[in-house]
Design a binder for this molecule. Sequence first.
Ligand code: SF4
Ligand code: SF4
Length: 386
Amino acid sequence: MILIKAGLACNFRCKYCYQREIRPEENVIDLEAVKNTVRNLYSQTKSQIVLHGGEPLFLGKDLVEEFLKLSYDLSGRSSVQTNGYLIDQDFIEIFKKYKTSVGLSIDGPWPCNELRGIGSREDRKKQTEKILENLDLLLEEKIPTSIIVVLHKSNAINDRLEILKKWLISLSERGVTGRLNPCCSGIEGIDLTPAELINAYDQILDLFLKRGISGWSPFRDIIAALRGDPNVVCVFRECDPFHTPAATTVLGDGGVGVCVRLYGENFYLRSPVKTDLRSRILQQTDCKGCEFWNYCYGGCPGMAIDWDWRRKDRWCPVYKFLFKRLRNILKFVGPRRSVSQPRREKSSIEHLDGSLRHLDSDLSKSHSDGIEHLDGNFRHLDSDLI
Ligand code: SF4
Ligand code: SF4
């Protein structure tokens, strides 16, 4: 992914923002340098381009249009990750023009979203309501929209978790999915403990299973990883902290940086070469012998224990819990049918197996155990048909 992070200024001051130490008051952008770098990177990688920030819509409509047009001209589409507060009808028209998918960052209805925004508690409540109105607008206008929810102590424990769960159901009923990411601010009163995060994910997963809701990460990504699908979130893709292959950032002066998750007070430019140094260290230390290594690879270096990329991700106990739980569900479901084993069209004929009446089995091979069957009006022993 090519992340245009030309401007890191933001209209909000969210309390857990991982860019808080590098956030400028104003953006200083060398537009031509940024555009040239994006063109070069795209010609090499053909990766998806996402307009990021700071708050990208805080760049102003002209610059936003400039970057979305660049992305559209190169790739035929565009994406933006926004806090959603500044969305208005003009932005909607820009999104339509450049086939923009919108990622909206919001942690639930009030008070679940209380850590996001700027100003007094009352101000942030109004901002939350405005963002929810803008979400409605996006959906009414049929702009492809997904949600990033950050889980923390204000939305994922006790009664707040109940509010969040109801909201996730209502989003899912409207066809919206997204990500449920753990907050990793390093602030004790904000970040969940591993036990709290396990409880939140466990409850949400129970709810989704009960309601038949799919598509939300991390569950979707963990299932994909367990099934060997390469299309999983960067956290489970062997991230090299000097190259961060899943997140190449383009800075305001046209420089190419690693994922901003790794920035503390400093910026780090990206090495052009990917190494497996972190993996080799972890396989001999923190992750030695882990049964989930081939699905997890030690998680995100930006969330490493002690902020030390040589250590595993601090959410390791949570990942282990989810890998185990979802692996058991996959075992329960059984292997997926391959294309060479099509479903038998005959399978809807009613059968009587001894005293047990049922529809035709959809076993891939015939079953010929000699039990008398009733196929419609036709009574017979188990057939040998495939
Ligand atoms: S540092 Fe973490 S968030 Fe960034 S690309 Fe790597 S795994 Fe993803
Ligand atoms: S689950 Fe934990 S120990 Fe296993 S690979 Fe992931 S971070 Fe390492």
